[in-house]
Design a protein around this ligand. Structure first.
Ligand code: SAM
Length: 278
């Protein structure tokens, strides 16, 4: 294990602070500081940015972000057992790490961040998709973040970058690619984590576009695609019928055949349909 800083190795930190991983908190820790530094580098140039990290745990990625030069890191961790280890990192990097002990779903950390802001996190799997959807569907665009560099289960990462006519294509691909460039930048086997999860993981890097690729209302696009893909084998005239008695005409008016299935419809047509239903 390389020394990216003078702090103790992560296995030692976990022992010293009694941080036995809890499944209920989605705790699968990264212990290789070379790997966490690599993830931090995938987030881009951090030197002029504040970084929001969700779920720092014992702080492997936090240390990577700081060692890679992040101007300031704000880390939100639900598990109070981790605060001792995180405070030690804060002491080693004076004035560059702030900590919030709380639930990322319930906290609005924006007041403590100065733009430009990048988000970088090895997310707890149980809240990863929900956080991503929130970050992709704020009221105002551009959002508070310039990029998101996020670890997901590989299957979720594939859904984010999926193209039409593939099994993984759905609401997540549409919402992600509508307002951001999204690509998988790293794949990690279960053994990269302690304890190893059941499935492989992947890091996705999303860069916010200055404006969405096509006009649409975020909440409406989200609701429409959620409904359509809930019954992905059904023709759109059937799955979307409850939305309007004139559904077939509306579909035809935006160039969609009523007999098409949701996975055949590209981003531009989804946005056009969402506007037509408005
Ligand atoms: N970043 C660390 C790493 O890479 O080793 C830990 C990643 S682990 C997959 C997820 C972390 O998120 C855990 O530390 C867990 O306690 C924390 N967590 C779980 N639910 C959370 C929530 N609702 N808000 C903030 N942190 C949460």
């Amino acid at each position: 294990m390389s020394a990216i800083d003078t702090l103790p190795p992560l296995r030692q930190v976990i022992m010293d602070h009694d941080l036995t991983a809890k499944k209920s908190l989605g705790q699968n820790f990264l212990l290789d500081l070379n790997l966490t530094a690599k993830i931090a580098r995938a987030a881009g140039d951090l030197s002029k940015c504040d970084v929001l990290e969700i779920g720092p745990g014992p702080g492997g990625l936090t240390r990577g972000l700081l060692a890679e030069g992040a101007r300031h890191v704000l880390a939100v961790e639900k598990d109070s057992r981790a605060m001792g280890a995180l405070n030690e990192i804060a002491a080693a990097y004076p004035n560059r790490l702030s900590l919030i002990n709380g639930d990322a779903l319930a906290i609005d950390p924006l007041a403590q961040l100065t733009p430009p802001i990048r988000v970088c996190a090895n997310l707890p799997y149980n809240i990863g998709t929900e956080l991503l959807i929130r970050w992709l569907t704020p009221r105002e665009w551009p959002p508070f973040w310039t990029s998101l560099t996020l670890m997901f289960q590989r299957e979720v990462a594939q859904r984010i970058v999926a193209k039409p006519r593939s099994k993984a294509y759905g609401r997540l691909a549409i919402l992600s690619q509508w307002r951001a460039d999204a690509r998988i930048v790293m794949e990690l086997p279960p053994e990269a984590f302690s304890p190893p999860p059941k499935v492989s993981s992947a890091v996705v890097h999303l860069t916010a576009l200055p404006q969405p690729r096509f006009p649409a209302d975020a909440k409406k696009l989200q609701a429409l695609t959620a409904r359509a893909f809930q019954q992905r084998r059904k023709m759109l005239r059937a799955s979307l019928k409850p939305l309007s008695p004139d559904m077939e005409d509306i579909l035809t008016s935006v160039g969609i055949k009523p007999t098409q299935r949701p996975e055949e419809i590209g981003l531009e047509a989804w946005c056009a349909l969402s506007r037509a239903l408005d």
